[in-house]
Design a protein around this ligand. Structure first.
Ligand code: SF4
Ligand code: SF4
Length: 446
């Protein structure tokens, strides 16, 4: 007989899971080879088909949702590589978010440190841009005051976990200032104006990768776009939605719709695949709230990744096309952002931009579209599986002998830096955001 907590979880799963999507799965298994967790384990329950079967069996009352059920749901990276592979168009991403939302409302099984990470990340930090900026200032002080050196020397970070020590080593130089403080809220177009874009600055992006945000604005301006950066915007809510915090994700989405709704933009530009993907899905996120439907649809339709906008509109800007301009001087490979590729279907524009860049030899790595193991906070909550996936990824990256691994999402970028630190240190390989790479090439070549 089901105990009280599993019975209430079963009830929550019945209410939250989209039963039509569960029955759409025809068990063909086409998604299995696309799934990183299935590839690593070979276990059916670690595959999209297996997870959907578990959800359906639970909703049908054939299975009690026990600790193994919760584990299988949390082992999923949420990379959504299974969606493009699915001939029945099963919206797996929605199912896993619904399952996790039900689990979060009922679980008591999180380890203490997982609870602590979730509390700090989801509630304490990410929704509050001022706190994020303070964090940036704190990290800057930590580095500049010599504390970082001392902590490393004494092995203080490593006392908590080896993984945390690895992560600390690859933290970028945080900024005490966001892109608005650097450039203002309205940046004019250079030359003839093509349109007006709203920039989604991101919460983490604007603290750890402020320079990438600045370069994004400058490339857009040089391409003829006036750029508006609404100060009232906040975190996109992706981490919340993927981790079972649907109510918080909805609140963040509503704030963003309010922030962009009245500024009259042609596009809302993102330079982070993980953020961009959920921004395009605000209409689904708020589909049960009729008063938000129109605003959410308006917002979602305008979202575009910076790579697509630059490819389609940045022709005069460059980077200059290769035209007999001598031998390539750098070898570059590209690691897909799962959500840019699988949700926004934007895997080609970054490659095309790199291919067009003078002096670049573009080399595709094997399984470039497979998740790197970053997956939001997955590499913190599931370090073993994330580490195994990263090791495989770095094997493929090194086989290209590339000087640069380029990517389009801050989480992927940090994971690639971690991969180089752990598996390719001293081998002349760097990880870089696409915008930084294009900006430097543009400055060099213009
Ligand atoms: S989202 Fe990624 S890890 Fe999860 S089932 Fe789909 S392919 Fe596998
Ligand atoms: S490919 Fe689609 S229909 Fe086939 S098993 Fe996977 S999720 Fe189900």
């Amino acid at each position: 007989m089901a105990n009280r907590s599993s019975a209430s979880l079963q009830e929550a799963l019945k209410q939250k899971l989209d039963y039509d999507q569960l029955t759409n799965c025809m068990r063909c298994g086409f998604c299995l080879p696309a799934c990183p967790t299935f590839k690593e384990t070979g276990i059916e329950a670690e595959s999209p088909r297996g997870r959907i079967s578990l959800m359906k069996a639970t909703v049908d009352g054939l299975l009690e949702p026990n600790v193994r059920f919760e584990e299988q749901m949390s082992h999923c990276l949420g990379c959504r590589a299974c969606e493009p592979a699915c001939p029945a168009d099963v919206k797996y991403g929605r199912l896993i978010e619904q399952a996790r939302d039900a689990i979060e409302d009922h679980t008591t099984r999180h380890r203490w440190w997982v609870k602590a990470v979730r509390g700090v990340v989801f509630r304490g930090l990410f929704p509050h841009q001022r706190r994020m900026r303070l964090l940036g200032k704190g990290l800057r002080l930590y580095r500049q005051s010599g504390l970082q050196k001392a902590a490393r020397k004494l092995g203080i970070v490593g006392m908590f976990s080896k993984h945390m020590a690895d992560m600390e080593r690859i933290l970028p130089e945080a900024s005490g200032k966001g892109v608005v403080e650097l450039l203002g809220t309205r940046i004019p177009a250079e030359g003839e104006k093509r349109g007006t874009v709203g920039m989604f600055r991101g919460c983490l992006m604007d603290v750890l990768f402020t320079e990438t945000n600045r370069k994004t604005v400058e490339l857009l301006s040089a391409a003829g776009f006036e750029v508006v950066i609404p100060e009232a915007q906040n975190c996109c809510g992706a981490l919340h939605a993927h981790s079972g915090e649907a109510d918080l994700a909805k609140q963040l989405a509503k704030n963003n719709i309010r922030a962009f709704r009245d500024i009259g933009v042609d596009y809302i530009v993102s330079n982070a695949g993980g953020c961009g993907a959920i921004l395009t899905e605000y209409d689904h996120l708020l589909h049960n709230e009729p008063e938000w439907r129109e605003g959410a649809e308006w917002f979602a339709r305008r979202v575009i990744d910076v790579s697509k906008l630059l490819l389609e509109n940045g022709k005069e800007l460059g980077p200059p096309k290769r035209a007999g301009g001598g031998a390539p001087s750098v070898r570059v490979t590209y690691q897909d952002s799962c959500h840019l590729k699988n949700v926004m279907r934007g895997g080609q524009a970054p490659r095309q931009l790199l291919h067009n860049t003078a002096g670049v030899e573009f080399v595709e790595m094997m399984e470039a579209g497979a998740c790197c193991g970053s997956a939001g906070i997955y590499n913190i909550t599931q370090p073993e599986m994330a580490g195994t996936i990263l090791e495989r990824k770095m094997g493929h990256a090194q086989a290209t002998a590339a000087h640069y691994i380029v990517t389009s999402n801050p989480g992927c970028l940090l994971q690639m830096k971690l991969g180089i630190e752990k598996h390719a240190k001293g081998k002349g390989m760097q990880a870089v955001h696409l915008v930084d790479f294009l900006y430097d090439a543009y400055k060099r070549n213009s």
